[in-house]
Design a protein around this ligand. Structure first.
Ligand code: MN
Length: 234
């Protein structure tokens, strides 16, 4: 255990910057912040008990060091009996700005990938009921597996899918997002200044559900390398 009282002010250890893989490259993309969009596919909004009409997107976050590479083996998270999968298109920003316009938004994108917004659904349900923050439901250790980034802007249409042990659990198309990629970037940039290194998880299609111990979860979007993580059996 780190004992801060024993450190002089000049001896604080440097903290490493979390990174994610870039497809076909040795380079790693340094992660500054992780933002996530809630309920951005109509069918998923309905399955979560919300009305699916077009309302401005809402956002939440995860700590940058929640990222995990594809291929990781993970411990089943603590403090939950209901870990859920959400497969999502992930944007990686190479540029930034405040009050970015729709026309400027695509120019901020360094690359894209597929990620898993792992969620302690039981804690989220309790937080919603009590009007409490979602942080402990969404921002836990290893809660953001991301596949290798592909350079460029994501396709407007592409199949997005999640499989557990090979069986399809979620399927949709990124064309069905309620808020498009430029709209998400523009709207988010009215709340705060976006910067290089920011990741944006853009919401999940219908079919979210539990992950059990021992299972392997694979997220895919046509046109990019998939993300796959396995959970310890115990
Ligand atoms: Mn999500």
């Amino acid at each position: 255990m780190l004992n801060l009282s024993r450190l002089s002010s000049s001896a604080m250890p440097a903290v490493g910057v979390p990174t994610i893989a870039v497809s076909g490259s040795e380079a790693r993309f340094p992660v500054r912040r992780i933002y996530c969009v809630g309920q951005n596919y109509a069918e998923h909004a309905r399955e979560m008990g919300s009305d699916s009409s077009r309302k401005p997107p809402f956002f939440f976050g995860k700590p940058a060091d929640a990222v995990v590479d594809s291929g990781a083996r993970l411990v089943y998270p603590c403090r939950t009996a209901e870990l859920h999968h959400e497969v999502e298109l992930v944007l990686a920003l190479g540029g930034g700005g405040f009050n970015v316009t729709l026309a400027e938004a695509p120019g901020l994108i360094y690359g894209w990938s597929v990620g898993l917004d792992l969620t302690r659904r039981d804690l989220q349900a309790e937080a919603k009921k009590l009007g409490r923050p979602w942080d402990m439901a969404k921002g836990f250790d290893a809660s953001a597996p991301v596949g290798p980034l592909r350079r460029g802007v994501p396709p407007a249409e592409a199949r997005i899918q999640l499989r557990i042990d090979g069986r399809v659990r979620q399927t949709g198309d990124v064309a069905d997002m309620i808020w498009s990629v430029p709209e998400i970037i523009a709207e988010l940039s009215t709340y705060l200044t976006l910067a290089p290194g920011d990741l944006i998880f853009t919401g999940t299609p219908a079919g979210v559900g539990p992950i059990l111990r021992g299972e392997t979860v694979t997220g895919s979007i046509d046109g990019v390398d998939s993300v796959e993580v396995s959970f310890d059996p115990s």
